[in-house]
Ligand binder design. Structure first.
Ligand SMILES: [Zn+2]
Length: 280
């Protein structure tokens, strides 16, 4: 059956209209210019532009895995961006570095400001060879004194670990439990938060710690002092590690509050976002 020319013409017009709708104009838009957009009259000041950095927000979020995107709730972009600026500007100690199974520390990295943990009136130590970066030690002292006021004593059991020491720790875990089990709670050398010198494993380093006074107090209050539970319960698919109720990382008070407010209080979501943000 042959179509009459007028029918063909109508079909071509319909197809062209459909293309234009899908592709937002393109060449066709030049043939039929859009009417000028409604804008401010000459007497009105131009509207304030989007908050600085807003154009990076969506691309940074897009780099998060789906659970991270869902857990990042940015209701008020201007407020979020102002707080983001403040958190980044106040991170003069480099406390917000992303270190995980996919992000290694530079080879040979060792913090320059490690201080030994010695017997003191704020927190306990379970061995004599522990050390932390100076800002983390000061923050641990402050938090432990606050815990004391609530009748809780905190004991540091594992802190800074050098690359070489992590080789030993990881190797021992693999020998004892096999690689699959070891990888759920022991980082490979160069990928451990402990190498940052800003992490403390508290108390018994077992699941039972969660039910102790210290474990419960930390879960409720650590964030107020800038400490963050790195591997919370139910987030192994996000962090790469099973729940570790004893492992807290010092990120600073501003970042801890920022994480709680916008990132469902999940450290990994925030650090991944900051890493993406800095790379854009
Ligand atoms: Zn740990």
């Amino acid at each position: 059956m042959t179509m009459r020319p007028v029918v063909c013409f109508v079909m071509i017009i319909l197809v062209l209209s459909s293309c234009r709708a899908k592709h937002g104009g393109g060449a066709l838009a030049e043939e039929a210019p859009l009417p000028p957009a409604a804008g401010p009259s000459r007497n009105q000041p131009p509207p304030a532009g989007p908050p600085a950095g807003e154009e990076k927000q969506q691309p940074a979020l897009a780099r998060l895995p789906p659970r991270g995107r869902n857990g990042t709730v940015i209701g008020n972009p201007a407020e979020f961006l102002a707080e983001l600026d403040s958190v980044l500007a106040s991170d003069t100690e480099g406390l917000l570095v992303l270190v995980d199974k996919h992000h290694s520390l530079p080879e040979g990295y060792a913090p320059a400001d490690l201080v030994p943990l010695v017997k003191n009136n704020a927190y306990g130590i379970s061995r004599n060879d522990l050390s932390l970066r100076a800002p983390a030690e000061a923050a641990l002292r402050e938090m432990a004194l606050a815990a004391q006021k609530d009748g809780v004593s905190l004991t540091a059991s594992s802190t800074y670990r050098s690359y070489e020491y992590q080789v030993e720790v990881y190797g021992r875990n693999v020998r004892q439990s096999g690689k699959e089990v070891a990888d759920r709670e022991s980082a490979q050398p160069g990928k451990s938060q402990h190498q940052l010198g800003t992490v403390v494993d508290f108390g018994s380093i077992t699941d039972e710690f969660a039910h102790t006074k210290a474990g419960r107090w930390l879960l409720a209050h650590a964030g107020e002092y800038g400490w963050s539970l790195s591997f919370p319960e139910g987030y192994e698919d996000v962090t790469g590690y099973r729940w570790e109720c004893w492992h807290y990382r010092f990120i600073g008070k501003g970042a801890a509050a920022f994480q709680k407010k916008w990132f469902s209080d999940i450290q990994q979501f925030m650090l991944e976002f900051l890493s993406a943000w800095k790379s854009l």
